[in-house]
Structure formats: structure tokens, C-alpha cells
Design a protein around this ligand. Sequence first.
Ligand code: SF4
Length: 369
Amino acid sequence: MAVDYFTGDSDIITTNISEHYVDKARKLPWRIAPGGHLPDPYHIWLSEVMLQQTTVATVTGYFEKFINRWPTVGDLAAEKESELLAAWAGLGYYARARNLHRCAGYVVDNHGGILPHKESELLKLPGIGSYTAAAIAAIAFGERAVIVDANIERLITRLCRIETPLPAAKAAIRAAMDQLTPAQRAGDFAQACMDIGATICTARQPKCDLCPVADHCAAFAADDMERYPVKPAKKAKPVRKARFFWIERDGALLLTVRPQQGMLAAMRALPDDDWAAAQDGDGRPPKAGDNGSWTIFDNIVQHSFTHFSLEVDLAVYHPEKSATNIGENIATIENEIANACWWPLAEIADAGLPTLYAKAVKWKLRGRI
Ligand code: SF4
């Protein structure tokens, strides 16, 4: 027998949430007004990929830049991956941009540049996971699909007072959302839930007096809203070390293009000590042996990745201090660095550096440009 997750009538919850959306839907550049024509599937795909791990406020500018520059899936597929990665710089989680490009190519080659309608077909596309497939099917094609993002997780766990910690609670949350999701306009319903989660049922101090389902909310009745979703016990992240190298000549900075595989693959970056390939970087500059020509600044940047934190030192090269100026001059160093290129410092914002490297550049340039 199916479990009923709600203390109140789930049909009334669905109706209240849907009606609330008619008046209060957030206006977002990838959306159409509630009840209107269905939006462009490419816009929904792009925005949903960008919104993973990223706020609406941050995504909005990137989304507009992308659709202006690449108005169709075909335009995106025809672009070089390096250009997409540079335009993505600052959004983080760069595998998303690479998957987007790969998937666009696949859609052009196998579906004539049109995304398929069915959730099951969307799931077969490279790089499209269960959340994105459900979101595109429901929001862009009007299919009934069950969508669960972090906002919906919070809303559902509070409505139902789900005591199981995340991520173990995901199956129950999905089942409860399935119970609420209507047969028609499932996309509008999911977006309504996302909006309530983002603006009313917030992580801290939810605005329950504005909530259309407060009368049916188990956490509100028990006055313990912020207890949900229940989080798993936190494990401390390991801390790793890296060193970046600053080599400057005539107002230009020496950059490299990172390897095609691994972390931040194929992106422009400062040369570094290969921190991504090992537990810690080896700290050695491009040309070892003459440490007198480098000034080391310790721990200038701290950056958090999913599974570890990184502390970055910056080594700044001073060719005039080199004791072995024949073997250790800028030209030698340049030859040592794979894919080296000189980038004008005045235009460094256009280099498309990942946030980690952009933070180091900002630290070095503060007060200069
Ligand atoms: Fe969230 Fe409060 Fe609404 Fe419950 S009543 S769903 S806790 S905003």
C-alpha cells in the first residue's frame, strides 16, 4: 500500500500551491508566465544546468550571455569547447559546460537539433541526469514528471516532517512530491514549489505567515520548521596545498591551458605545481634550482571543492634576481610550460580563468588595475 506522507489533504496542498503560483511566480528570463505557452526547451535545459549548485542571481547574467551568443542548440554545438568554457568562467563545476557542449553535439547529430520530449528519451542524452530530464520534460514539454531540487526538498521535508537525514531521505521526498504532482502542467507546479522554497520556505526564518500551505504543514504545526531537512553529521574536509606561479613581462601574464582531462580540464589558468594530480602540489616552480628569483606569498587564497579545501601559495618570479640567468630566464620558463601564452594584464577579465585562479590574480592585482 502506498504511504501517505501528508497530515493534510494532498489535493488541497497541490491546489493551494498551483493557485499561489498564478499570482506570485518569479519572473525569470527562461520562464513564461504561468499557464502560458510552453517555453523554449533549450532555454530550460541551459538554465537548469546553470542553476545546479548556483544561485538564480548569478545565473541570470550568464544565461542571457549564452542565449545571445548561441541562440540555438545548433549554435552551441558548432562552437569550440574552449570558447564555452571561457564564457562559463566564474560559474564553477566546469564539467557542466563540457557536458552541455557534448550533449548539444549529440542532439544535433541524432535529433536534428531538437531536444526529445519524453523524460525517458532525455535521460539517454549524454550528461543529462534524472533531475534535468524531469525538468525539461515537465517544464518545456508539459509531460508529467516529478522534479525535486534543493528548494523542493526543504519544502517537502517540512510539510511532511521527514526525520530521515539527507541524502537517505531522497526516496521519501520524491515519493511525496510524486503524490502532489498533478497530471496537467506538472512543470508549473514544480516551479511553484521551487519559488515557495526559494522565497517563503527559506532555510532560515521561513515566512510561514505568507505560505499557502501553512495549514497543512506538519513542521509549522510542531513549530520546528528549521529542523528540516535533517542534515547528516558533517565530516571535516581534508585541506590540500597548491602553488601558482606568476610570471609577468611587459604588462602581460604567462598563462597555460590545463590538461584535457582532470580538474578544470582545458581551461586557461596560471601555471601551477600540478596540485590537481596529487594529494598536494610539489611546490616547485617551472624551473627548479634557483629559488632566489621567486618570492613566495603563503596561503593567499582558500577555495572549497566538494571533497576538499585548497590553500594556495603564489610564487612571483623576479628575473632580475636570478643567479643563473642563462638557464633560468623567462624564455626558458615559457618553453617549460605546456600551452604557454601571454595574456595582457589589462584584459585579464576576458581570459576566462576559473574562479580559483581568478581569485589569485585578483589578490596580486589589488590596487593595480
Ligand atoms: Fe515552509 Fe512554513 Fe510553509 Fe511549512 S508553513 S511549508 S515551514 S513556509
